[in-house]
Ligand binder design. Structure first.
Ligand SMILES: [Zn+2]
Length: 42
């Protein structure tokens, strides 16, 4: 499965990705982009 962060668009294989749902769609987000999402930043 291809991992591409929907926030920053990176596809680095040595970065950790998590599955999430955004706007009703299942997407992948890298851990570096996760904290802003958790804190509700836009
Ligand atoms: Zn990212």
């Amino acid at each position: 499965m291809e991992c591409k962060c929907f926030v920053c668009g990176t596809q680095s294989k040595d970065r950790v990705y998590l599955e999430c749902y955004h706007e009703g769609e299942k997407k992948m987000v890298c851990v570096r982009c996760l904290p802003p999402l958790i804190h509700g930043a836009h």
